[in-house]
Design a protein around this ligand. Sequence first.
Ligand code: NAG
Ligand code: NAG
Ligand code: NAG
Ligand code: NAG
Ligand code: NAG
Length: 467
Amino acid sequence: MKKYKSLSLLLFLFFMVTLFSKISVEARNNHIRNSKTRKHQKDKSGNGNTHFPSPAPAPLPHRGSNPNPSSSFDLFSFGAKGDGVSDDSKALLAAWKAACKFPGATIEIPSGFNFLIKPITLQGPCMPHLVLQIDGTLLAPPKVGSWPKSSLFQWINFKWVQNFTIQGTGTVDGQGSNWWTTSQILYTQKKSNNIPDLRPTALRFYSSYDVTVSNIKIINSPQCHLKFDSSKGVKVNNITISSPEDSLNTDGIHLQNTQDVEIQHSSIGCGDDCVSIQTGCSNVHVHHINCGPGHGISLGGLGKDKSVACVSNIIVENVSIQNTLSGVRIKTWQGGIGSVKNVSFTNVQVSDVKVPIIIDQFYCDKNFCKNQTGAVAITGVKYDQIVGTYSVQPIHLACSNDIPCTGIDLIDIQLKPSPRYRGFQQGLCLNSYGKSSAPLVPSSIDYCLRNSGGSVNRIERSHDNVC
Ligand SMILES: *[C@@H]1O[C@H](CO)[C@@H](O)[C@H](O)[C@H]1NC(C)=O
Ligand SMILES: *[C@@H]1O[C@H](CO)[C@@H](O)[C@H](O)[C@H]1NC(C)=O
Ligand SMILES: *[C@@H]1O[C@H](CO)[C@@H](O)[C@H](O)[C@H]1NC(C)=O
Ligand SMILES: *[C@@H]1O[C@H](CO)[C@@H](O)[C@H](O)[C@H]1NC(C)=O
Ligand SMILES: *[C@@H]1O[C@H](CO)[C@@H](O)[C@H](O)[C@H]1NC(C)=O
């Protein structure tokens, strides 16, 4: 027993000595940084912050929104430089590891500074109610070549986190422009040089629960901006996502195998889908979203390479979509199995959207895809109050010959050609069964759908077992 006591005393002494030397190193660093940055930094709120008592004659430490100083973990306290050039990944990782152990801890990314972060995994499980407070800017490596080949899947990966929140007025900048310009080159070289056409997602959540992302900006990702994968209980609120219209495959928010999701009061403009809902998603509620430019709000592509796809209970309502390829869209590959069920698109304002309403069961990302038998069954899709202008075609429902779409409701659809209109005023409805009710503009929508027969339902039911 006595042996243990003296051992722990020794450890304690060692700890104190380490702590003290750490403080003095930090104080020195802080002092150096303060004198360097003071000249050209108006916002000094992030300077010299440390959760240890600091002997430096620095301004009062900024504790952020967290009233409990012991649970506030400032990036500068972990050796971050915040100059946008030095690699601050280690500091972020260290802050994460420290904060992870305290319930309700906050990791602070101070405003007025840029932190260059290499591809990184921030892993749980952590104590509940951990907050990542992003008030400054996180920058991804700008050069394609400086990304490790083994880390092209994502930039910042949150894995196994629970009761976790990202918030703040800061920016997550994927600096993706080099990826967009080289992606065409990579694509053409792919066949000869075997270069993978893999580009990183900016923020990815994997196998995580009860996650909230609010207020931040996510911009210029190499590929998808915010992805939730195999997760449950997601809230996205009041965020801004932005990348140029011509940035290839830069989805806004991408959901995959994820349930119980609410995405609200956000603005998304990018080079691909504003919101993309993939297989394994259910109970997804998207509302008060401003989308455009981009490809609109999409379910799928589902069922690629004869795979199983299951998507159900999706509500998209009170959204505004402008200057996009499609408005609300469901796309499936030929030959897939599974189903899309119980989807509603309500109160969707479109403006200068090429095709506001699309079901495409012949989805193909090349010029030509082989015809295949079978399809992901689509049943129970309500379109209610889809109003505004289109520039190519008001509605395009191309359902499978093998498994027609059933339970398609078209209620109060009012779509007029936009000033940039060049296309077809006739809608297309192929193998689509359901009912429509006025007002319907153009009036041709009224005789677009067919009344469903019993035989159709039987095929659809037998197909449903896999989900
Ligand atoms: C996580 O948060 C949710 C919602 O606030 C709550 O229902 C749940 O009990 C929390 N879980 C833990 C482990 O704290
Ligand atoms: C939404 O986010 C912005 C930018 O971070 C912030 O200024 C604003 O206060 C937030 N609004 C709400 C209601 O939280
Ligand atoms: C359809 O989805 C909504 C929203 O998720 C849900 O509330 C409703 O119960 C679902 N209806 C059926 C028949 O499953
Ligand atoms: C969407 O708008 C309708 C009509 O204004 C409203 O009744 C409904 O509550 C709104 N939905 C949400 C989730 O706010
Ligand atoms: C594939 O199917 C479509 C629709 O039924 C048909 O128009 C087309 O000719 C088919 N293509 C081939 C190559 O069989």
